[in-house]
Write a protein that binds this ligand. Structure first.
Ligand SMILES: N[C@@H](CCC(=O)N[C@@H](CS)C(=O)NCC(=O)O)C(=O)O
Length: 211
């Protein structure tokens, strides 16, 4: 197997590397340089027609795209520890939390990054700066929402894929300066606790914010 990846803080490959570390898996990985466009080269487009990372290439050449799909595949092969829930209801609960992380926080965060960030907006010919900026309050509202709701973990009392995806998003958001956890004490506390997990430390730990 080969994980086609990108260096931290790229949040989507990070989901998979943390997930694999939680499972005790040692995945061979090749990092593509996104800012050099290596993920848009024909060889990578053959692996993923979206030209994105991560991609998990199996030994027979089959490629799986989409970070959460890769995690589900790994989870099916290596069920312990369970990171997508334990029974039907628990799985539904974890999936709900995961979708909230992706839609409530992930969507506005990505829209700011693509349209209204000095590092990225120029790379996308169609950047709409005002639209990007209009998503900044939505990021702040999402942080408020998770801050009010979060207990030990995002989906309740156990660490799951929802925590991995939220942590990767916040680490990336802090690195870009789009996310500020200062006013969100509960979320900050959760972030610090997850940051100390061996799986997170082993995969690069917290990314220092861009200077
Ligand atoms: N929904 C995809 C998103 C993948 C994604 O956006 N990856 C980023 C790196 S973190 C990427 O490849 N960006 C380059 C691009 O979209 O052209 C997933 O979860 O894997």
């Amino acid at each position: 197997m080969m994980l086609w990846s990108a260096a931290p803080p790229a949040p989507n490959p990070r989901r998979v590397t943390i997930f694999a570390a939680e499972k005790g898996l040692n995945l061979a990985a090749t990092e593509l340089a996104i800012f050099k466009g290596e993920h848009k080269a024909p060889a990578h487009l053959a692996r993923n027609p979206r030209g994105q990372v991560p991609v998990l290439e199996l030994d027979d050449g089959t490629c799986i795209a989409e970070s959460v799909s890769i995690c589900r595949y790994l989870d099916a092969l290596h069920p312990d520890p369970p990171l997508f829930g334990t029974d039907a209801l628990d799985r539904a609960r974890v999936d709900t939390a995961l979708r909230w992380v992706e839609f409530v926080l992930g969507t506005p965060l990505a829209l700011v990054w693509v349209n209204d960030h000095p590092l990225t907006a120029p790379l996308f010919g169609t950047a709409h700066q005002a639209f990007g900026a209009s998503n900044r309050p939505k990021v702040a509202a999402a942080l408020d929402w998770f801050d009010r709701r979060i207990a030990d973990y995002v989906a309740g009392d156990g660490f799951t894929i929802a925590d991995i995806v939220l942590w990767s998003s916040l680490d990336f958001g802090r690195w870009t300066g789009i996310v500020d956890l200062t006013p969100h004490a509960r979320l900050r506390d959760w972030f610090d606790r997850v940051s100390a997990r061996p799986s997170v430390v082993a995969t690069g730990g917290v990314t220092p914010p861009v200077g």
